[in-house]
Design a protein around this ligand. Structure first.
Ligand code: KIV
Ligand code: ZN
Length: 505
């Protein structure tokens, strides 16, 4: 049985999804969850791309133990040096450098010939090797690259010291039969291939990213690059949960598995959804809300008799269950802290105090508290942004024959400000009042509400995306009252936008 390495690029390629940008705290939180999930490598960003990426990689190196920390770098000295500076203090580190190899890219984008691209790739792998032994190289747009030339590049970069050679399907163009054959050819034609791990990095433009990655595994790939919920550039990347569960469920075919702790899959999916504001469709494999819902009477009948009749994966295997939180509103701090540890969270004393206080408030409003409720409280706490705007009070009136009206009181840079506004609905009235008070000019791109757990007293979670000066940003808010959650989500994004503006100054 082979062990396939999982290279998670949620924080790099995943973050390239429109509107999915994450701040440093959020990236650290996702990285901690990826470590709990058991991924082998975290590609935490593209160090040279922005100060935010650089800071996030560095902090992840300081705070997250377990996986190898990796930064992306173009095949350029400046990129590679910056990548090294970002990862150098991590216990285990990797530099991932790339250069296009397809004629389409070389001719139209780089305006260089194949020999020059190969020379640059080799030189930059050697340069990266001067910093660390663990160097990965990607011939970008590999699936549209002449196979003979691709093999030459792969052989040359391995000779230069690359320990992992990643074959990216950059534009999501290949199909399983073709991609499998390509990987096989590489294993047969590249003389020194035994010195490196073959990785694959598939995009999902034709909906085939997971299938292509699996075809590569059958033909010799030892590392899959993927993202949580399959987020990423355009139609996204190969979805971690799909490939991992395909390998686990069909070990009989693949004779391969991963080291992923599958019970952490749902929690990882929820966290990434919440932080990026990108929900998964209900029928999404493994992590969609309906992934384990059986509607047909015939199926239900079979399931009642024997689960395996219609269930190929136990929901618990991927963490798809509601564990009742056994503490009540009279529980003390110690028991609360123990439960957090059980869920894998370690908070500072200050974070613990604040989360505990919010837990008590929640326990007053809600009868049953589930793990997901606690996850929501913790994630709100650790991704807090400095509050330029904070909600002091709000009153809403709305009815069948009444125009919705909202009174909002905010603290703006320490001063109380109040406004009452009408709207088409209560949320519209709330958002108009907040906009009037804050004087912000952002445009609402997305508003989404869902319940974190079941029942009418469930915590409602609102996700909001706003656009300002061509940049989009997402935020969320949770409360048992969805209008309050809506206000919190809106204010959360406004604070994130303010924090970003401050950083750019
Ligand atoms: O899709 C791609 O080719 C990439 C490379 C940088 C690996 O993301
Ligand atoms: Zn990619």
């Amino acid at each position: 049985m082979r062990t396939i390495k999982i290279f998670d690029t949620t924080l790099r390629d995943g973050e390239q999804s429109p509107g999915a940008s994450m701040n440093v705290d959020e990236k650290v939180q996702v990285a901690k969850q990826l470590a709990r999930l058991g991924v082998d490598i975290i590609e935490a960003g593209f160090a040279i791309a922005s100060q935010g990426d650089f800071d996030a990689i560095k902090r992840i190196g300081d705070e997250v133990e377990g996986p190898i920390l990796c930064s992306l770098a173009r095949a350029k000295e400046g990129d590679i040096k910056r990548a090294w500076e970002a990862v150098r203090d991590a216990k285990r580190k990797r530099i991932h450098t790339f250069h296009s190899t397809s004629d389409i890219h070389l001719k139209h984008q780089f305006r260089i010939d194949r020999d020059e691209a190969l020379k640059r790739s080799v030189e930059m792998v050697k340069y990266a090797k001067s910093f660390t032994d663990d160097v990965e190289f990607s011939p970008m747009d590999a699936t549209r690259t002449d196979i003979g030339y691709l093999c030459d590049v792969v052989e040359a970069v391995i000779a230069a010291g690359a320990l992992t050679v990643n074959i990216p399907d950059t534009v999501g163009y290949t199909i399983p039969e073709e991609f499998g054959k390509m990987i096989k050819t590489i294993t047969q034609k590249v003389k020194n291939i035994h010195k490196a791990v073959i990785a694959v990095h598939c995009h999902n433009d034709l909906g085939l990213a997971a299938a292509n990655s699996l075809a590569a595994v059958i033909n010799g790939a030892g590392q899959i690059e993927c993202t949580i919920n399959g987020i990423g550039e355009r139609a996204g990347n190969c979805s971690m949960e799909e490939v991992v569960m395909a390998l686990r469920t069909r070990r009989d075919i693949y004779n391969a598995d991963t080291k992923i702790n599958t019970e952490e899959i749902m929690r990882s999916s929820r966290l990434v959804t919440k932080i990026t504001g990108m929900s998964v469709q209900p029928n999404k494999a493994i992590v969609g809300a309906n992934a384990f819902a059986h509607e047909s009477g015939i199926h239900q009948d079979g399931l009642l008799k024997e689960k395996t009749t219609y269930e190929i994966i136990r929901p618990e295997t991927v963490g798809f269950h509601k564990t009742k939180f056994v503490l009540g509103k009279h529980s003390g701090r110690h028991a609360f802290k123990t439960k957090l540890a059980e869920l894998g969270f370690t908070l500072s004393d200050e974070e613990l105090n604040s989360t505990f206080e919010r837990f008590k408030n929640l326990a007053d409003q809600k009868k049953d508290i589930y793990d997901q409720d606690i996850e929501a409280l913790v994630s709100d706490e650790v991704t807090k942004v400095p509050e330029v705007f904070s909600l002091v009070d709000m009153k809403i009136s709305a009815g069948l024959h009444e125009k919705p009206k909202a009174m909002i009181k905010l603290k703006v840079r320490g001063k109380d400000k109040q406004r009452t506004t009408n709207g088409d609905g209560p949320v519209d009235a709330v958002y108009k009042a907040i906009t009037a008070i804050t004087g912000t000019k952002s445009k609402l791109l997305k508003y989404e509400v869902k319940s974190i757990t079941g029942g009418t007293d469930a915590l409602g979670e609102v996700m909001v995306s706003l656009e300002e000066d061509g940049k989009s940003m997402s935020g969320h808010g949770a409360d048992t009252d969805i209008i309050i959650a809506s206000a919190k989500a809106y204010i959360n994004v406004l604070n994130k936008l303010e924090a970003k503006k401050k950083k750019l100054k």
